[in-house]
Design a binder for this molecule. Structure first.
Ligand SMILES: *[C@@H]1O[C@H](CO)[C@@H](O)[C@H](O)[C@H]1NC(C)=O
Length: 186
């Protein structure tokens, strides 16, 4: 009987002590702010760290890929598959297909550089869900050297939309690792 009473008392006491914050000052401080993000900003964390810690949509997405081998005579509408992956934060880029799939909706920045041989050309474009969004016209019949051509594009993507670099008029010829593609979410 006494033992049961003692156990009951201990249980009740522990139930009570759980409810009392060991740091009442911290609890009051937290209550003064509406959210974890506000608290985070108020105590002076770097703004972006607070955002990424509290908002799923702000997870880092960034990739940087390049060719491993020369691409010769790619036909119109061919997709360029960049086989060498330097960086793929957020795992949006697939190196077996060359397709980047947006892991979340938002504004994305892409750029790509093509290096072609003297007297040859490579007409490539940024393709979003099979639609051309940006053109990179690389042609120099008079040059005595290799010709690099770059293009940047900023596009608004929905979650799951697919982006790749395609040939808009073939044949396209491009030189291995100097031909690259990268992108990130703002
Ligand atoms: C890349 O795409 C291929 C072909 O669709 C697929 O089989 C593979 O699972 C994908 N890889 C990743 C990491 O998603």
């Amino acid at each position: 009987m006494f033992l049961t009473f003692a156990i009951l008392m201990i249980t009740v006491q522990c139930g009570l002590c759980d409810k009392v914050s060991p740091k009442p000052g911290l609890k009051l401080f937290r209550e003064d702010y509406k959210s974890v993000e506000e608290t985070c900003l108020a105590v002076g964390f770097v703004r972006n760290n607070c955002r990424s810690a509290t908002k799923k949509n702000h997870r880092l997405v960034a990739f940087d890929v390049m060719l491993k081998h020369d691409k010769r005579n790619l036909a119109t509408k061919a997709r360029i598959v960049f086989e060498h992956v330097e960086l793929n934060e957020g795992l949006g880029y697939n190196k077996s297909t060359g397709i980047f799939t947006a892991p979340s909706g938002g504004i994305y920045v892409f750029d790509w550089t093509i290096l072609t041989w003297q007297g040859e050309f490579a007409y490539t474009s940024l393709v979003v869900n099979d639609q051309i969004k940006s053109w990179n016209h690389c042609r120099d019949v008079n040059s005595k050297t290799l010709l690099p051509c770059s293009k940047m594009a900023i596009v608004k993507l929905k979650n799951g939309e697919q982006v790749w670099i395609g040939v808009f008029i073939g044949p396209a010829n491009m030189y291995q690792k100097y031909t690259s593609f990268s992108g990130y979410k703002l």
